[in-house]
Design a protein around this ligand. Sequence first.
Ligand code: C2E
Ligand code: CA
Ligand code: CA
Length: 528
Amino acid sequence: MAKEQGFFSVVKRVAALALTVGLVASIAPALISLYLANSQSIKEEQHYAEVLATEVLRRSDESSRQIIAAIDTLQNLDPAHPCSAVNLKAMADIDSASPYLQTVGHVRNNYLECSAYGLHGERFPVGAPDYISGNGYATRINVELPPGSGHFYAMSEKGGFAAVVHRGLSTEVFVDDPGIALGSFARSSKKTLLSRGPFDARWIDRLGERERVAFWGGDYTVAIIRSTVGDYASYAAIPARQLALRQQQLALRMVPIGVLCGLVLALIIWRLAVAQSSMPNQIRAALRRNEFFLQYQPLVELQSGRWVGAEALIRWRRSDGEWVRPDVFIPVAEESDLILRLTERVLQLAGNDMKPVFARYPEFHVAINVSAKDIESPQLLPALGNLLQDGAAEPHNIVIEATERGFLDAEVARSRVTALRAMGCKVAIDDFGTGYSSLAYLEKFAVDYLKIDKSFVDTLGTDAPTSQVVRHIIEMAKSLNYLMIAEGVETGEQASFLRAHGVQYAQGWLFAKPMAVSDLLNQLATKA
Ligand code: C2E
Ligand code: CA
Ligand code: CA
């Protein structure tokens, strides 16, 4: 027996598909959010570096302006007597008007002779300039004033007049990580001016002629902004650990959102997958791919043991070899109009299969199962008509099996059954006794057979209270003159009982299981 497939393996198949897609759908947004968290934190980190560099530049520019203004004013003083009382008074005035400047003074031969503080009798050595810019400003970036005091300053000088600023002036910006490097560098000489923390000379090239840049410079997130006041640019460099920290924090916020989005997406995909691979869709596909075929279970005349007919039972074998049971797909098909297409297919298949059988055994019949929808549908009679016109069968070769449910609308049922019998076909009530027991229709119109349901046959020879029902059904059928067919006969005792009580026909594993039409034809040679 081929492996049989039920509802649960259909579910498994769908679940596997949806799970795969769902996993991808839920992981992808998580990865995307991780990626976004990373690129977003790089952006934010570069922005922070720019904010810091802007502040350093603002302070540098302001002190540059004050230095330039002070030195410009100092140029007007008498250069012959730079440290005269008048000049010293002027220096003191400039100094108090320039909050960024520590002091202003005069330098000769690398010595500070006097300043806004007065004459320096001993003259303070300031060393040679670190560099001299194109427009004649000499810059010393590390001058200790007074010597031995441990206080270091930067000094700009032109024509002997100098302005002194505190070394930390432009870089003492509040930062939350002491590892952050801040400072300025001269663009033409590429020398660092006031700065704190490490500086990589290669960063300068990244700026080029641009006004500002922000980039990932190896171990630092760097921002550089060019001054519009002087020949320098200010920078801020934030160590890598800050970026990692920011990425972590952002990921902690964004990844859960990504995962949530992923789950929602997975749910949607799951729903779509379930809908797509829903049973109705699978049945449609199976119809297209011709995956349905019929098996035939012989109907045995109990007195003689002869096979007088066979019930066509639909089978569905999927392309991968799995079988889907009719109990699984027939009820689904009955919920939609798909059952009409299935019945149509069954009629076609039965017509083809049975043609050689009827050719050899003209009295043999095939029983076709129809649903309530088929009974109500105007398609049933034309479809049967086609079968008969093909010459595949004569009307008496066909038995229509309908359950009591098919007769719920007594008026429609009456007209259909009447029409079927008028054509010469036979009608059987399937699963008799299990249905709605509205036996009223039995008075309104006649059928040919009652099929006693397997559940009653099963009770024969047991003490089950329902075992009496079979006797009643038999009595009733006899009084109405109906032929009886017992379903699901599995034991010789059941067969003997039924035979003894006048049941004419039986079906069941005791005699034969459903089989392919070729087997039926072979066995009919001895059984017909
Ligand atoms: P059903 O019309 O009552 O068909 C009889 C069922 O009992 C068949 O199951 C048959 O294989 C099984 N059977 C027959 N003898 C024995 C037996 O001795 N012991 C046991 N345990 N079972 C036996 P199957 O083929 O699985 O069909 C199940 C149901 O599916 C059918 O019940 C019928 O309601 C429906 N069905 C099958 N083919 C068609 C079809 O072509 N059209 C429609 N509308 N329904 C169909
Ligand atoms: Ca049946
Ligand atoms: Ca049945």
